[in-house]
Ligand binder design. Structure first.
Ligand SMILES: Nc1ncnc2c1ncn2[C@@H]1O[C@H](COP(=O)(O)OP(=O)(O)OP(=O)(O)O)[C@@H](O)[C@H]1O
Ligand SMILES: [Mg+2]
Length: 779
């Protein structure tokens, strides 16, 4: 019994009230009340009914909260007195402190009142006193219900929406075997799910692979509509096509810009997801309030952290992610396993935060793996999944009762969440005992078929339960005879801000990210300087004779191919941030075109243009190429254009890919082929006609031809030769050499190369954009 009492009161009694805000008090009071009630019931039973001791747990099953305790020693009643007293005192303290807090913050709440009137309906978390009075009533009633409305009105966004799901079935097609013997099998992932999630904390529990994340994705409209049937309604109306932009979704692996601080990340989310009608100052105020509410004040100016930068802790990171979604005050907040990777107490604090938000009227739906008891008791509703099927859906407090009714009794002191997983995995003591008696030794096949039997039985039992029938009748009432299932499911993305506003913010963030993470740009510039010095030293001071022709050709060929291969670094441009981009794009932060332009601009400027200028300034004069300003700038322009074209080709190959290595393989092969047709390794006029057309696809050929025309026109190359005993000078012109190479050296001949490079750049950029635009956006 002591252990049970400790479990029930330790958390609440140990809480520091001075640090708590009003929503915290509401949560705390609700928990204390529950605990006090359980303690009082226990005390009452011990007072009046000696028979409780003999019935060994059966009467205890009426207790909805705690694991069943059944040891009735003489000191038990005595031991109950201390926690009873502590809980009562704490409850009184809580109420007193909340009253004081309300009085001291009345001025601030007045301004929040105005906020609440705002049609965008942000506050929620930092709400006014009137709203909180309602919330206290909600807490007392435990489960609040909303009126079914037909749209996601501002009021529903304040109170949280009711999410109902009707006959959800989801399956995927699995391919196996080689191409000629390919078999396609259908795998059912979610089967006949029906239920309602109301404002409050709704947990989806199940063993790994039971379909929790898939179910959450379906509810959040983030699953691929092919293979999905059934309907998800929000406040009785079909999900709006842009539901993804209106709801919040915190993914399991945090997606946040690690180089920026917590505040900068939140400001970015506020700037792009809140409408432009809200002034920047107001958005900043909201960010500040959210930082306080999330308990992130101490780390607000710390960088979140990347693989290279040690940032904030896991719990703080998770809170930041939650904050990014809360900024729009979503009517429904989805969280996929918010406690993954967190230690027990951090997980507890994250869930306490969610509970506070749920108490303030939000609908929070989360999947969770193995919650401890202090987390489990926070749940308002519980959905248990086994192999994609539902074995329980209803109030969390009634779950233990339900399972004991169908023959699975939770052992004393066992954590209900662990118990449920044991039952559905067929490991429960009750199940295990049955097995031992019936079959002494079960082989693997028998075990899996008995497991299947347990699953089927649990599903059947649930379908026959009163809970299920009630849910069905309520669902019918919500649908009111309308058939939504035939309606085509459309998914669109809406934006709260204009193209230019998004462009400004995304560009700012992209450059900030580059500045704070300068390794790539510094390395690129460093390598370019080094290569320029090496090239300059090798080809230093080219002469005006035949060796000069060879050296010039060698230098120009090296420079062009170097420009092509160094563009390989752009392969990761859209790959490293892919997850962040997909998440932000489908949440309606910005348009694809905005992201695309900003990334291209930042890459082209910092990684292509600046290194090319530095390279040219060093190498051009060291090699001793044509010493005129026009020739230098033409050289610079040509190699920059080669770099742009090669980069855009790399982007066209890599956009949409998930692995940099694959993009690198494709690029290397393409550049090697292009290099062969560049004009140095093979004399282009001598190639057979059926292969000759390949030269038109070669980026280095255009670059090299432009550089050759720029360099060789107007030059004379003279050698001293001994012809029939007399030493004389034999000269040839640069134009002669160009003609030999099959290069047209007229003005058009020069500019046609630039034009071809420009067209190629444009085509590659369009391909890259389209690949990004049609990137897989569903899980
Ligand atoms: N697109 C898909 N293709 C093939 N199988 C899939 C697909 N999506 C989900 N599944 C399968 O469906 C099952 C449920 O997956 P889901 O990720 O929803 O489980 P989960 O309960 O969230 O598991 P975990 O607790 O490990 O996160 C798994 O067996 C998974 O392999
Ligand atoms: Mg999962």
């Amino acid at each position: 019994m002591r252990a049970q009492v400790d479990v029930m009161c330790s958390k609440s009694v140990g809480t520091d009230l001075s640090m708590m805000d009003i929503d915290g008090f509401i949560t705390e009071i609700s928990l204390l009340k529950k605990e006090l009630r359980t303690l009082k019931e226990r005390n009452h039973k011990l007072n009046g009914e000696e028979s409780v001791c003999d019935s060994h747990g059966s009467s205890d099953q009426t207790s909805t909260e705690s694991p069943q305790g059944s040891d009735c020693n003489a000191g038990e009643q005595q031991m109950l007195q201390t926690p009873l007293k502590m809980c009562s005192v704490k409850l009184l303290d809580c109420r007193k402190m909340m009253k004081m807090k309300r009085e001291t913050t009345s001025e601030e709440q007045q301004s929040d009142d105005d906020d609440d009137c705002n049609p965008s309906g942000f506050p929620g978390v930092m709400a006014d006193s009137g709203v909180q009075m309602t919330r206290v009533r909600d807490v007392d009633n435990h489960v609040s219900r909303t009126k079914v409305s037909t749209s996601m009105s501002p009021s529903s966004s304040k109170r949280g929406a009711t999410v109902s799901f009707h006959n959800i079935n989801y399956s995927v097609k699995m391919k196996s075997g080689f191409i000629c013997k390919r078999k396609v099998t259908k795998k059912n992932i979610l089967i006949e799910l029906n239920g309602i999630m109301r404002p409050g904390l709704n947990a989806i529990l199940g063993a790994t692979g039971s379909g929790k994340s898939s179910f959450l994705d379906v509810l959040a409209a983030r699953k691929d509509p092919s293979g999905l049937s059934g309907e998800v309604l929000i406040d009785g109306a079909p999900q709006p096509p842009n539901f993804k932009c209106l709801s919040g979704y915190v993914v399991q692996d945090d997606v946040v810009m690690g180089t920026l601080t917590v505040r900068e990340n939140l400001r970015f989310s506020a700037a792009l997801r809140l409408p432009r009608s809200i002034r920047q100052r107001e958005k900043d105020e909201r960010v500040e309030k959210l930082i306080q509410e999330l308990g992130l004040s101490k780390v607000a100016d710390s960088r979140v952290g990347t693989q290279l930068i040690r940032g904030i802790s896991g719990g703080e990171r998770k809170r930041t992610n939650i904050g990014l979604e809360l900024i729009i005050n979503p009517p429904v907040l989805f969280l996929d396993e918010p406690t993954t990777g967190l230690d027990a107490s951090t997980a507890n604090s994250v869930l306490m935060l969610l509970k506070r938000m749920a108490n303030s009227g939000r609908t929070i739906i989360l999947s969770i793996h193995q919650p401890r008891y202090s987390i489990y008791r926070l749940f308002d509703s519980l959905t248990l999944l086994v192999g994609g099927r539902m074995v329980y859906h209803g109030p969390a407090q009634d779950a233990l009762n339900y399972f004991s009714q169908i023959g699975y009794t939770c052992e004393p002191h066992n954590n209900p969440a662990d118990f449920f997983l044991d039952v559905i995995n067929g490991d429960s003591t009750a199940v295990a005992l049955n097995k031992t008696y019936e079959n002494e030794e079960l082989d693997h096949e028998q075990l899996s078929s008995s497991l299947k039997g347990i699953e089927d039985r649990l599903v059947e039992e649930y379908k026959n339960s009163i809970n299920y029938k009630q849910t069905r009748s309520e669902l019918e009432r919500i649908v009111q005879g309308q058939d939504y299932s035939t309606r085509p499911k459309s998914r669109t993305i809406t934006y709260s801000t204009s193209f230019f506003h998004q462009f400004k913010w995304v560009l700012k963030r992209t450059f900030k990210n580059l500045m704070l993470n300068p390794q790539t740009s510094v390395a690129q510039i460093g390598v370019m300087i080094f290569l320029a010095l090496v090239t300059g030293a090798i080809f230093f001071g080219v002469k005006g004779n035949s060796s000069g022709i060879q050296n010039r050709m060698g230098a120009l060929f090296f420079i062009t191919t170097n420009q092509c291969f160094s563009s390989a670094s752009s392969a990761e441009l859209f790959i490293t941030e892919r997850k962040l981009f997909v998440h932000e794009y489908i949440s309606g932060y910005y348009r694809v075109s905005v992201y695309f332009l900003c990334k291209i601009l930042s890459d082209i400027l910092t990684l292509r243009t600046i290194p090319a200028i530095i390279f040219s300034c060093v190498a051009y004069w060291m090699i001793g190429l044509k010493a005129t300003v026009e020739a230098f700038f033409m050289f610079l322009f040509s190699i920059i254009l080669v770099s742009y074209t090669a980069t855009s080709m790399t982007l066209a190959i890599s956009a949409g890919q998930t692995v940099v290595a694959i993009a690198n393989i494709f690029m290397t092969i393409s550049f090697v082929f292009m290099m062969i047709f560049s004009g140095l390794l093979v004399n282009l006029p001598s190639i057979a006609a059926w292969l000759n057309w390949l030269k038109y696809l070669s980026i280095p050929r255009y670059g090299l031809a432009a550089l050759e025309i720029n360099e060789f026109t107007g030059l004379r190359f003279c050698d001293l030769r001994n012809i029939s005993g007399t030493v004389g000078e034999v000269c040839s012109t640069g134009e002669d050499f160009l003609s030999e190479q099959g290069i047209e050296y007229s003005t058009w001949g020069l500019w046609q190369n630039h034009l071809a490079l420009g067209i190629m750049t444009l085509i590659f950029l369009i391909i890259a954009y389209l690949k990004l635009r049609f990137i897989k956006k569903f899980t």
